[in-house]
Every structure is written in C-alpha cells, then in structure tokens.
Design a protein around this ligand. Structure first.
Ligand code: NAD
Length: 443
C-alpha cells in the first residue's frame, strides 16, 4: 500500500510547503539490499562489560569501527558501552560521548547504547543509571528521527555479553530501519550459547521455518526473508488462499500446509506437515474484527483471540510435547502495538495481542532446557492490506505520529524475525520488540 502524502512532498513545491507550514517530512529510509551490513564507519566508546570485546565483535560481523573521533568524518553508527555507569552523576558520560558527535551523523545512522540489566546491578545508584538509559534512547530517538536515524538500547548480563554480535549487526544495519526507541534484553533466561554461522550471508542455512499466514502481507515477507537467509520454508494458510501460498512456496522452493489453525485437528496436521521437525515457528496468522465493545459479538471476540493466541498456544504445546522443535529453536509470536497501548474499537484484538506477550513471557523460561527461545514482535503501522480498510484520518495519524513519520514495510518486521532466528541470538528470550518507527502510541 502506498503512502501518497510521502510521494506528494518529494518535489520542490511539496518541500516548500513542508518547510513553511511545518508539515511532517518523512525521511527516506534505507533498507538492506545485500552486501556489507553497515556502509561506513561506526564510532565506539564507553567503558563497561564490553569495553575490550566490542571492536572485535563488530569486526566479526564485517563492521568497520573506530574509537577515535575524526574531524569532518560522518558516522553511520555510534555505539556507547554504558554498562559500567554506576551512579546518577556518572550518566554525564553519556552526554559527553554523544553531544560532540551528533552533528557528524550520516542520514539513516544507527545509535546503540549497551547497558547492564538494571535488575542485575549491585547498587541502587547503578540501577538508577542503567534504568535511565531507557529514557535516554527513547528521547534521543525522537530527536534524530528526522533524517531516518534511530536509537536503541541493548541490556546485557555478564554471562550474555559475548552473545551480542547478532543484535549489534541487526541494530546497526539497515535491517532495523523501522526499529527505534526499543530495548532488547539479553540473558534473561540463562540461555547464552550463541553460534557464529559458517556463512554470514546465509546464517539460517540448514534450518527449517514454519510461518503461519504466509501467503501474503507480513507472513509472505517473513517467508522471503528467512529464505534469503538460507532457511527452508514451510508456509501455512487457510484453504481459500491455498493457490497464493503454493505459488509463493514454489518460488521459494518451500512446501505448504493448508489448514485453518483453529481447527481441532490443526496441531496434528501441522506436526504431520513438518515431518521430522522444525527449527523456527512463527505464529504470524491473525485477523481483526473491529467493533466497539458495546457492539461486539461473542463470535468475533472468540475468533480473534483464538487465531492470535489460542491456536498458537495449542500448536506450540503439541510440537513441544512431541519434541518437534529442535534445540536452538525459536518460537515467535506476533503481537501488535494495540496489545501494548490498546486501541479504540479493538478490545478483542488488544486482548489477543497482549495475550501474545503473556504467552511468550510465560513460555520463555519453560523452554530453556530444550534450548529454545520464545519472543514476540509487536508491529506498529505497517503498509499491508490490513491497514487499507482503516479510515483515512486514522491511517494518516498512524503513519505520522512516530519518530520516522511514516509507516513501515512488511520487510521491516521480517528482518526482525530473521534476527531472532539468527544462531547468534540465543541469549534473547522473553523479549517483546516493537517494529513501529517509535510510534507515539503506547510505551
Ligand atoms: P494479512 O491479513 O495480510 O495476513 C494474515 C494472514 O493470516 C492471511 O494470509 C490469512 O489468511 C492468515 N490467517 C488468518 N486466519 C487464519 C487461520 N485461522 N488459519 C491460518 N491462517 C490464517 O495481515 P498482515 O498485516 O500481514 O498481519 C500479519 C500479522 O501481523 C497478524 O497477526 C496481524 O495481527 C499482525 N499485525 C499487523 C500489523 C499491520 O500493520 N499490518 C500491525 C500489527 C500487527
């Protein structure tokens, strides 16, 4: 779906009006097109858990780093290891690192701050400083969004500090174009054994991914992106979309499971379709049946909740019971900002999508022994068929009320799924990351 406002302001008259009327001016976002992860130098600073390992970790992902600021140089990324800051007064080190260099940011630059999980700090002063980092990145994201730049925070623990490579690669590259103002928590479940893929261009080679609702929209983008990264795809969708799904699977060399995930026999049917197992299960299928609560029908409540989270819970339980999700596996739920902020006319959907967060957070500690991580992505406003039905005013508000003043693309959600699936992402579990351009709705 196209953003007509964005195309209209691309000419000189449009830009004149934007400037003089103070209208939103959405920047052009760069997406990953293959090749090097980051096109330009990344300035690294700070003194904490990663002080010694950071340049090496980034170099292993092919990212060019420097620790010395050079006059006149433009930076594609800035990384501050702030995990050693242990007092409120110490936070001035954040300002001292960033203020002198912010004018040297390239467009679409990526800022990453590394902190120590506040609940793992030893003193109240350190907890204050570390928790303060969240307020810092969320505020900085709002200051630098106008040129397509983003700021995100990665919390680590002493045990998970070396398992941060895939996350830095994602957050510093155009793969995370629409991820802004987010907090990633590593090492919360104790799983930290990160692997380095043999071929960095195909990190998911040899893995099998099940994607539900894969025939179109976000699901189709996930199938394509996981396939790009080397995974074998098993797509699932309902019988009316069988032809579209089979077409896409033929293109990707994948296979199809045609079923309604809410059917009683769906867990068995899916298990059968997976054969001897699966590595990644992406519960993407979802629907909306919007009505204010006073006009809500029980069947529309029940259907939305069952597709979003009831069926995923039953299917996951069946696959885990039958040991069909392999060690190193990933279970991923798709929530929504409506499940975080709530939305007028979406009490059913908001309940279902907040339920997805409950699902991944409850399951994450339960699958540690099996070596499986469980996480969710909460998309914000993404340009798909689902948003075409929105009234124009709400659609425009959804696009513009964000740090990047535009909607995201399906590939933005798909890249985040691929990052969770990366063999280096095993320390990330129980996380909910929004792909929303730092939408102003909700946290
Ligand atoms: P979409 O309607 O384009 O695609 C959803 C897919 O799920 C379709 O292929 C559909 O056939 C399939 N599906 C629905 N019910 C099913 C069932 N019972 N069994 C099997 N498959 C079923 O929607 P989309 O925009 O691509 O959304 C994908 C996911 O992302 C959904 O969970 C949605 O709630 C969530 N989401 C989307 C947005 C957005 O802006 N597009 C925002 C937040 C969350």
């Amino acid at each position: 779906m196209s953003d007509r406002y964005k195309s209209m302001i691309q000419n000189p008259i449009g830009q004149f009006l934007v400037k003089n009327l103070g209208l939103p001016n959405p920047p052009e976002l760069q997406r990953y097109r293959g090749g090097a992860l980051v096109d330009g130098p990344v300035l690294v600073g700070g003194d904490g858990l990663l002080a010694d390992s950071l340049p090496g970790l980034l170099k292993a992902s092919g990212i060019d780093t420097t620790t010395v600021r050079a006059e006149g140089r433009r930076y594609q990324g800035l990384v501050l290891d702030a995990s050693g800051i242990d007092s409120p007064a110490g936070t001035v080190a954040i300002q001292e690192f960033f203020t002198p260099v912010l004018r040297s940011l390239a467009s679409n630059a990526k800022i990453v701050v590394i902190g120590l999980l506040p609940e793992r700090t030893d003193t109240v002063g350190a907890a204050i400083a570390q928790r303060g980092l969240e307020g810092f990145v969320r505020s900085l994201g709002k200051e630098i969004g106008a040129n397509g730049s983003t700021a995100n925070l990665v919390y680590v623990t002493p045990e998970s500090k070396d398992a941060v490579g895939s996350t830095l690669g994602f957050l510093l590259s155009p793969k995370s174009a629409f991820v802004d103002g987010q907090v990633v928590r590593l090492g919360t479940t104790g799983l930290v054994e990160a692997d380095v893929p043999a071929d960095p261009a195909k990190p998911l080679a040899g893995k099998v991914a099940l994607v539900t609702g894969a025939s179109r929209g976000l699901g189709a983008a996930m199938a394509r992106t996981l396939h790009r990264d080397g995974a074998q795809i098993i797509g699932l969708d309902v019988p009316p979309l069988a032809e579209d799904l089979e077409h896409l699977m033929a293109e990707l060399g994948g296979s199809s499971i045609i079923c309604d995930i809410t059917a009683e026999d769906a867990p068995e049917k899916i298990a059968e379709g997976l054969g001897d197992g699966v590595d990644f299960v992406v519960h993407n299928a979802g629907i909306t049946r919007d009505k204010r609560l006073k006009n809500m029908k029980s069947e529309n409540w029940a259907k939305v909740v069952d597709i979003s989270v009831g069926a995923p819970e039953r299917i996951t339980a069946h696959l885990l019971d039958n040991k069909l999700i392999r060690p190193g596996g990933r279970i991923i739920g798709i929530s929504s900002i409506a499940g975080i902020a709530g939305n007028n006319g979406q009490t059913n959907y908001g309940t279902a999508k907040a339920g997805v967060i409950g699902f991944v957070q409850a399951l994450a500690p339960r699958t540690v022994d099996a070596g499986i991580t469980v996480n969710a992505i909460a998309p914000g406003f993404i340009e798909t068929d689902m948003v075409k039905t929105m009234p124009l005013g709400i659609r425009e508000a959804g696009r513009r009320l964000s740090s990047l003043s535009q909607g995201g693309q399906p590939v933005d959600v798909a890249e985040a799924i691929a990052w969770y699936c990366h063999p280096g992402s095993s320390a990330i579990s129980g996380n909910v990351v929004r792909v929303c351009g730092q939408g102003f709705l909700g946290a």
